[in-house]
Design a protein around this ligand. Structure first.
Ligand SMILES: CC(C)(COP(=O)(O)OP(=O)(O)OC[C@H]1O[C@@H](n2cnc3c(N)ncnc32)[C@H](O)[C@@H]1OP(=O)(O)O)[C@@H](O)C(=O)NCCC(=O)NCCS
Length: 213
């Protein structure tokens, strides 16, 4: 019923070990609890928006509100698809695909987080490959972009493995500190040259108009 009105609820991306899909309410709560338990080690600050730096309850609510905000603001001109990452039904984290003016620009950006116990097991690479398959193979993206702090070795590692190329830097204020991020770009051509894991995307036909295509 919900998926009839909001077909993104019927979109399922399957990678060898993972399922990526829009979380239903109780699943979103489980993802929020996972974030409350920790998204990174205490001394790390991987995000420009400091959503992980509050108390566990604040972190959990940031996950809920982020998802509600993204869905509430959804439109073909600007969208942000935050998908739950599940393994055998267990929530591991979230991966997001965003775009503005996608029908014209044909570029997406990605971001992700995993519960800290799930880092370093290849799930981040698998989840990114899943949303890139949606972007390139289903939506016809021309490029995928991401911005990563230079000291975020795990996120840099995911992008390197998937063939992203360096595309300059950006400098932002994080409090009083100027922090440098690498801008990374994966072109459609580079994606097409890569050897990719098996990924299937179900339910995309009903969603196409929501993406503006
Ligand atoms: C970033 C994140 C999603 C990556 O997912 P992950 O599952 O931990 O990463 P993977 O296991 O797929 O690793 C990808 C590559 O990076 C390397 N890598 C992973 N963690 C690393 C670390 N701490 N230091 C150096 N290299 C690392 C891996 O070795 C792997 O390369 P390899 O297969 O050639 O060995 C996850 O670590 C995370 O949620 N981090 C906290 C939040 C965050 O930083 N989000 C991104 C903000 S831009």
């Amino acid at each position: 019923m919900l998926a009839d009105l909001w077909p993104l609820y019927g979109l399922i991306i399957a990678t060898p070990r993972l399922e990526l899909r829009l979380a239903r309410d109780e699943e979103l709560a489980a993802l929020a609890v996972l974030a409350a338990r920790g998204v990174h080690r205490p001394h790390e600050r991987p995000f420009l928006t400091p959503w992980t730096e509050g108390s566990p309850d604040e972190r959990a609510r940031a996950v809920l509100q982020g998802q509600w905000r993204d869905l509430g603001r959804w439109g073909p001109a600007a969208w942000a698809l935050g998908l739950g990452v599940f393994r055998d039904g267990e929530p591991l984290g979230m991966v997001a695909l965003r775009a503005r003016d996608f029908p014209v620009v044909r570029e997406v950006t990605t971001s992700s987080w995993l519960g800290v116990d799930h880092h370093g097991q290849g799930y981040g690479t698998e989840a990114r490959a899943g949303v890139l398959t949606l972007a390139f193979d289903c939506l016809g993206a021309r490029a995928a972009l991401t911005e990563v702090f230079q000291d975020n070795h795990a996120s840099q590692g995911v992008s390197r493995k998937l063939g992203y190329e360096h595309d300059g830097i950006s400098v932002d204020a994080r409090g009083d500190e100027a922090v440098v991020s690498d801008r990374l770009r994966l072109s459609r051509e580079k994606w097409a040259q890569g050897q990719h894991m098996a990924v299937t995307v179900d339910g995309i036909a009903a969603c196409r108009s929501m993406f503006g295509i």
